[in-house]
Ligand binder design. Structure first.
Ligand code: PLP
Length: 395
């Protein structure tokens, strides 16, 4: 029998994908240059040169049998050791290769971690706004998403509200910093407050509450902002990382889940992630992409281009009377709807050929998400449309 829940998921595209498809049709109708598509977080800055150079070197010099063959289920041991060394050198951590499970991007790291840590009927706390796929991933495990709004306006974690939401059924919390869709980076102070709450709740409940750190935007930060490395603050942490954004490789699908080595039930959790990878058919992340990593660890796509886009948009939108939240990281601008209604704002923006994602889809009303990982030229061309959009609220 067809699984109706899965059919429903497949039949309905995410709102973001829906807009992206609408944009493609509209571009065919009125010309690519006349549609200002800010819907999708698809990096426009190319991968660092070293990425293609290393792929070319590998395919020309290395044994194609080894290069394209299966690796261990959890990923190539040498690759995992190189990543562990990199994390230890850059974060002062002491992780080892067997803390790492290679995955097809952050999405699979999240589904493996959630499948490993959440049993049917359990709850997962998600500060809102949040990446909409979390709900799909949690519900697939039979879990229940519990949304806890971030502090209004600043989008910092509301640690008191998170504490109040924790109960006997709480299995985990997912934290995403730098954040999609707000661009917020949770400060060390905010993270310490969060982990203090989690530790006291763990003591009260007498069992772990897992912290899942979803970090595909870790390196995309501005003005020297620091992103705390969560295993250093809380032992029951699993980091879900991806090279999709830092190396501009979203279509290549490579990332990992990392289990903190100091976790009390480390072995069981790591085994459960390996088991989840097996049950979900995710063993052996793409071999070529795994083997690329040791040569490009620490390389990042040119963040200065995103920074330039961020500054240009912030300056111009405020000039046009459109308010937004200053992003400290990632490549999203969270824009306040002048009417207070996110759908109304995005529908009106569409009339000016500007495609924005309504914030309701991220579990928070009143805003729109603009993905500025586009060519600066697209933003420059869109400015008259943004000006007209701003003007339309003054009439
Ligand atoms: N988590 C967040 C917050 C994201 O924004 C995305 C992708 O946009 C993902 C996870 C999925 O990342 P990946 O492409 O590496 O699977």
């Amino acid at each position: 029998m067809i699984n109706e829940k899965m059919r429903a998921l497949g039949a309905k595209r995410s709102v973001i994908r829906e807009l992206f498809e609408y944009g493609k049709i509209r571009k065919a109708e009125i010309g690519e240059e006349n549609v200002f598509d800010f819907s999708l977080g698809n990096p426009s800055v190319p991968a660092p040169d070293e990425v293609n150079a290393e792929i070319v070197r590998m395919v020309s010099e290395e044994s194609s049998i080894l290069l394209h063959g299966y690796t261990s289920a959890q990923g190539d041991a040498g690759v995992r050791q190189a990543i562990a060394d990199y994390i230890n050198n850059t974060q002062g951590e002491s992780v080892h290769k067997d803390c790492l499970y290679m995955t097809v991007g952050a999405a699979a790291a999240l589904t493996c971690s959630l499948t490993a840590l959440v049993s049917p009927g359990e709850e997962v706390i998600v500060p809102s706004p949040y990446f909409p796929e979390y709900k799909v991933f949690i519900e697939r495990c039979g879990g229940k998403i519990v949304e806890v709004p971030c502090e209004a306006g600043t989008f910092r974690l509301d640690t008191d509200a998170i504490g109040a939401a924790i109960n006997e059924s709480t299995a985990a919390i997912i934290i995403n910093s730098p954040n999609n869709p707000t661009g917020a980076v949770f400060s060390e102070e905010n993270i310490i407050a969060l982990t203090e709450v989690l530790k006291s709740k763990e003591a009260e409940l007498g069992r772990p509450i897992y912290l899942i750190a979803d970090e595909p935007y870790r390196e995309l930060v501005y003005d020297g902002v620091k992103v705390p490395y969560l295993t250093k603050y809380y032992d029951d942490t699993v980091v879900c990382y991806s090279y999709s954004k830092s190396l501009s490789l979203p279509g290549e699908r490579i990332g990992y889940a990392l289990v903190c080595p100091r976790m009390a039930d480390f072995t069981a959790v790591y085994q459960a992630i390996c088991g989840a990878g097996r049950a979900l058919g995710f063993v052996c992340a793409p071999s070529l992409l795994q083997k690329l990593l040791p040569a490009v660890l620490g390389k990042v796509s040119d963040v200065s281009i995103y920074d330039r886009n961020r500054r240009l948009l912030m300056e111009k939108l405020s000039e046009y009377g459109i308010e937004s939240v200053k992003p400290e990281g990632a490549f999203y601008l969270f824009i306040k709807s002048p009417s207070g209604d996110s759908n109304e704002f995005c529908e009106r923006a569409k009339k000016f050929e500007i495609l924005l994602v309504p914030s309701d889809d991220f579990g928070c009303g009143g805003y729109a998400r603009l993905a500025y990982c586009v060519r600066t030229e697209q933003i420059e061309r869109a400015l008259p449309a943004f000006r007209a959009l701003g003007e339309s609220y003054k009439k």
